[in-house]
Design a protein around this ligand. Structure first.
Ligand SMILES: *Cc1c(COP(=O)(O)O)cnc(C)c1O
Length: 417
């Protein structure tokens, strides 16, 4: 992007933006929750809709001058409903965490019980973690993964649910490399009369591309961020499915009220315009091809790393990410993240299931392929990337890292973001 006006008016900010552009251009972005958005999405984000106050919903606003805001929000909602096959969608959530907060507001009273995946097993903060609002104002219980194979043990999920009787169950993950069985989660939710919320923030792009089973026929509520595999602006969708309507026909109303006036004031209409653009992109055939390439790339990367002696948690991946257990490599997640960053490979340290180290150090790193795939990389480049990662971890000396850094730069040049 040009940013001519920023350059003219505020050179300090301009220079920082340019440095960030340079960083993104010359590094391999492998944090699975990040991506490179299209220029069209970024243009919508910087559009005139930033200026408008529109508290309320289409047709029922507290401010005047909202005819085009209404058009835009209606268009965005219609696209989301079509793409996910649901009868209701709220598009005003500022981001994934406030969207989940709205689900709590709509379904629970403070102190009532929620069940989510344990953070250390790959869950999200907002699924009941103690330092988060969800663990502070609600009573939370957790399921995890089996020590044997690092997979969700649905029998155990059921046992915990039967014992604890949560009123809301989250099926959603941030570092789980396998398919989620939404049907099984729903059976468990029905047995205890709970709402099932599928938080597909990480995998929504794979779902619309047909690379991961959809929760639409199983969950009552679906939440997702729009900025991860969906490749849009920061933001969120909160959807109610047909069966959610059947369970509680007031759910849409409750969710709308939870978002506004419960949690938020004026919606970010420029963000909603950008979500609309991203949803149209996600409906295209090329996005389906993208989603399928993301998964193929992840499988290739995971196979190559296994062959080089890395322990891949759960033995591989079905989606866009994998978790490497570095215990046998004589390093920690923290060190590996630092060395790889120096070499231009951006990853995040991540707890592995039953991690003996504290989260700030941790024994693993999490790797994802969404951003590299957006740059056009395919299986062949994944082999190259696996080699680079292996070399950095094996020999993180200054000379080696400088060599890898220049090899990373040359891959980046061949695949411009
Ligand atoms: C990323 C994520 C969120 C939170 O999204 P933010 O936009 O960072 O608030 C919630 N749930 C899951 C499963 C996520 O992966």
């Amino acid at each position: 992007m040009e940013h001519n006006n920023i350059r003219k008016n505020d050179n300090e900010v301009y220079e920082i933006i340019k440095r960030e552009e340079e960083r993104k251009r010359t590094t391999l972005e492998m944090i699975p929750s990040e991506n490179h958005t299209s220029p069209a999405v970024l243009e919508a984000l910087s559009s005139i809709f930033n200026d408008k106050y529109a508290e309320g919903y289409p047709g029922k606003r507290y401010y005047g001058g909202n005819e085009h805001v209404d058009e835009m929000e209606n268009l965005c909602m219609e696209r989301a409903k079509e793409l996910f096959g649901v009868p209701f969608c709220n598009v005003q959530g500022y981001s994934g965490s406030p969207a989940n907060m709205a689900v709590y507001f709509a379904t629970l009273s403070p102190g009532e019980k929620v069940m989510g995946m344990h953070l250390n097993a790959g869950g999200h903060l907002t699924h009941g973690w103690k330092v988060n609002f969800s663990g502070t104002y609600y009573d939370s219980v957790f399921y995890g993964v089996s020590e044997e194979d690092s997979l969700i043990d649905y029998e155990e999920v059921r046992e915990i649910a039967m014992r604890e009787r949560p009123k809301l169950i989250f099926a959603g993950t941030t570092s789980y490399p396998r398919v989620l069985d939404f049907e099984r989660f729903r059976e468990i939710a029905d047995e205890v009369g709970a709402y099932l919320c599928a938080d597909v923030s990480h995998i929504s792009g794979l779902i619309v591309a047909g690379e991961h089973p959809s929760p639409t026929d199983h969950a009552h509520i679906i939440t997702t961020t729009t900025h991860k595999t969906l490749r849009g602006p920061r933001g969120a969708l909160i959807m109610v499915t047909e069966s959610g309507m059947k369970k509680d026909s007031d759910l849409p109303e409750k969710i709308n009220k939870a978002v506004f006036p419960g949690l938020q004031g004026g919606p970010h209409q420029h963000q909603i315009a950008a979500i609309a653009v991203c949803l149209k992109e996600a409906m295209s055939d090329s996005f389906k091809e993208y989603g399928s390439q993301v998964a193929r790339n992840a499988r290739m990367l995971s196979e190559e790393l296994s062959e080089k002696g890395f322990k891949v948690v759960s033995g591989g991946t079905d989606n866009h990410l994998m978790l490497l257990d570095l215990k046998s490599k004589d390093t920690t997640g923290k060190k590996a993240q630092e060395f790889l960053e120096k070499a231009g490979i951006i990853v995040n340290k991540n707890a592995i299931p039953f991690d003996p180290l504290p989260p700030a150090t941790s024994s693993g790193i999490r790797l994802g392929t969404p951003a590299l795939t957006t740059r056009g990389m395919k299986e062949e480049q994944m082999k190259e990337v696996a080699t680079l990662i292996d070399e950095v971890i094996k020999e993180p000396g200054e000379k080696k890292i400088a060599d890898i850094r220049s090899r990373v730069k040359s891959i980046c040049e061949k695949f411009p973001a």
